[in-house]
Design a protein around this ligand. Structure first.
Ligand SMILES: [Zn+2]
Length: 613
């Protein structure tokens, strides 16, 4: 039976027949050593498997690829005797266990991939994503699993993880436990000298762990995280855990997050923590990953748990798992008081509507298909991916926003998606072992809100037409319109622009400065760049005979030529070519208040944007 819930008290003084002893003697070389001890062996063969992916991150990563030096032993009272083994496939090891009762398997893992979903270890810290460290024993995943960390406890005094302490730390190490392999795999560990804060909220313990080399204001951050916990638990009527760990990793260029049942890992560039006016992205990320403890870890598509760790798991429902969560992350940041109403509405225009308007792939593939093929689309994006599919985060989030407004409108403000979420939560509590089918999910939305949404919702999720913004948003007194904006002005190092900035031009390419060469990284279908015959990886050499030395210079030059043709000198495959493009004005679609807002529209808007539940 699939079981993801664990309380710390359940593991105290527990025993386990499967234990991983994890060592860090080779940490400077980014190596983790694992000695896996399996007791109560009673079959002639034992099969151990290293996962190929981590739930929540829909990409085959083949963690076994970074595993090496495998050795197997039969452990008897007189000592350890090497045992033969063979590979059944790229990730499964079959050990000869004839006559043995205890088998030990040793191996090294190279852990040097710094993301929230992969392990990274060096002389100063270890972040262990256990799907990439711990093999599972086929047929024995439901047993209690123990993990003994044998690091230098003086050097690395802090351990932050949702795994539960089994015993007090001793000279042997720190012994942690999970009720089964799924919980073990879902519990990453940060070990090092990072700073930690604790707080209690919603009757549960919370830990904020910040791993960074920067001097960040952890108390300020903890206050805000406490607010997130209060606001989100209020929606569901409490915290469904005894303890929750926020792991925050701040290093240059970092980004992304990964959700777990009792923890989350949030990676962020230090600038988000050093300048509090830039913290909103991190706060939204924290709202997002924390909200996942309900939506996706527990309320979940039927395909997402139990997991087959060896292969892709397909679901069309990431519009619910990620789209709905993306809608709610900024909404929660607003409900927490981190943004004003105007800032929230601006973010809908800028980060949702204007962004989707740039994605030509919204006309090429539906949101459900984009979810189904996430493994090859979002997670293995081709350079022209933006023309081939819409992100189920972005378009899925907008669809759920439209659905929310639609429900509020059709119930005169009596119900909203909050009510649907609460009923989905009740459905989880009634049967935690099984996720929801899409049919079941939509039936719950309809039951909770008394609105027939199936046909509308499915047409949005399956469709490739433009979403009916004006029709839906009119209920709250908005329409979607497009307005031009000024381009960034050239300042030549001064804070005052040397000349008034021209309008922003639309060419439909993105340019990157690669060693002083302006390289085209994407070309939008149907854009001036496509029509001019410009391709990905071409180099932009000159515009109207002027050598281009930065993307901003190209924008500035083209911004002065809107509605006119410009001569482009390009470079492709070692040859120079010239072509002509017609420069268009860049428009930024967003929410615009309609001319005469009625009292009802004002009321519905107030209901949609109400902060307290
Ligand atoms: Zn997410």
């Amino acid at each position: 039976m699939y079981e993801i819930e664990q309380r710390d008290e359940q593991l105290v003084n527990s025993s386990a027949s499967i234990t991983y002893e994890v060592g860090f003697d080779r940490a400077p070389q980014h190596l983790v050593s694992v000695r896996m001890r399996i007791e109560k062996v009673d079959a002639p063969e034992l099969t151990l498997v290293m996962p190929s992916w981590s739930p929540g991150s829909y990409k085959i990563r083949d963690y076994a690829g970074w595993q090496g030096n495998v050795r197997c032993y039969d452990v008897t009272s007189s000592g350890r005797v090497p045992r033969a083994f063979r590979w059944r496939d790229k990730a499964a090891l079959v050990v000869d266990a004839k006559g043995a009762t205890v088998i030990e398997v040793e191996y090294l893992v190279y852990a040097h991939d710094r993301t929230v979903r992969t392990s990274h270890v060096n002389r100063f810290h270890a972040f262990l994503m256990l799907t990439s460290i711990c093999m599972y024993v086929e047929g024995r995943m439901n047993e209690v699993h123990h993990l003994l960390l044998t690091h230098d406890q003086q050097l690395w005094p802090s351990i932050s993880t949702a795994l539960s302490p089994v015993q007090a730390p001793s000279t042997k190490g720190v012994l942690l436990g999970a009720r089964n392999y799924d919980i073990l795999a879902d519990s990453p560990i940060e070990i090092g000298d990072h700073r930690v804060r604790m707080f209690t909220a919603a009757g549960a313990r919370h830990e904020v762990a910040v791993a960074t080399n920067y001097d960040v204001d952890i108390d300020w951050l903890t206050e805000r995280i406490k607010r997130i916990v209060e606001v989100e638990t209020a929606l569901f009527g409490g915290a469904p855990y005894d303890r929750y760990v926020f792991i925050i990793q701040a290093y240059p260029g970092a980004g992304g997050g990964l959700e777990h049942a009792r923890s989350s890992v949030n990676a962020v560039d230090p600038s988000a923590l050093l300048d509090k006016t830039k913290a909103i992205g991190l706060l939204s990320l924290l709202c997002h990953e924390y909200f996942h403890l309900w939506n996706v870890k527990r309320i979940r598509p039927v395909e997402l748990g139990p997991f087959d760790y060896t292969r892709e798991t397909y679901t069309p429902m990431l519009w619910l798992a990620e789209g709905l969560t993306s809608y709610y992350d900024n909404l929660f940041a607003y409900r927490c008081g981190f943004t004003t109403e105007k800032e929230y509405l601006d973010s809908i225009s800028r980060d949702d509507i204007a962004k989707l308007a740039q994605v030509q792939g919204r006309f090429a593939m539906s949101t459900r298909d984009s979810s189904y093929l996430a493994w090859l689309k979002l997670y293995l994006q081709s350079p022209d991916g933006s023309n081939r599919f819409p992100s189920y985060y972005l378009k899925g989030g907008i669809i759920v926003m439209l659905l929310d407004v639609y429900i509020i409108d059709h119930t005169d403000g009596k119900y909203s998606m909050d009510d649907a979420l609460r009923m989905m939560w009740q459905r989880y509590l009634d049967d935690p072992s099984r996720g929801m089918t899409e049919d079941e999910c939509i039936a719950i939305i309809e039951r909770a809100t008394r609105v027939q949404v199936r046909e509308r919702l499915m047409s949005w999720l399956d469709g490739t037409e433009e979403l009916p913004y004006d029709e839906i948003f009119s209920a709250v007194g908005y329409r979607v319109g497009a307005a031009p904006k000024k381009a960034a002005a050239s300042t030549f190092g001064e804070s005052v622009p040397a000349a008034e900035a021209p309008e922003a031009p639309f060419i439909g390419w993105s340019l990157a400065d690669i060693g002083g060469r302006m390289v085209v990284r994407s070309v939008d279908d149907g854009s001036p760049a496509q029509q001019a015959g410009i391709g990905i990886d071409d180099e932009l050499v000159a515009i109207d005979g002027i050598r281009i030395l930065s993307p901003a210079q190209a924008d500035h030059l083209l911004g002065g030529r809107i509605g006119r043709a410009a001569q482009i000198t390009g470079h492709c495959d070692g040859r120079i070519y010239t072509t002509s493009i017609v420069v268009q004005e860049r428009l930024f679609p967003g929410l615009i208040e309609i001319d005469t807002v009625t009292e009802r529209q004002r009321q519905m808007r107030k209901r949609w944007l109400q902060r307290s539940l």
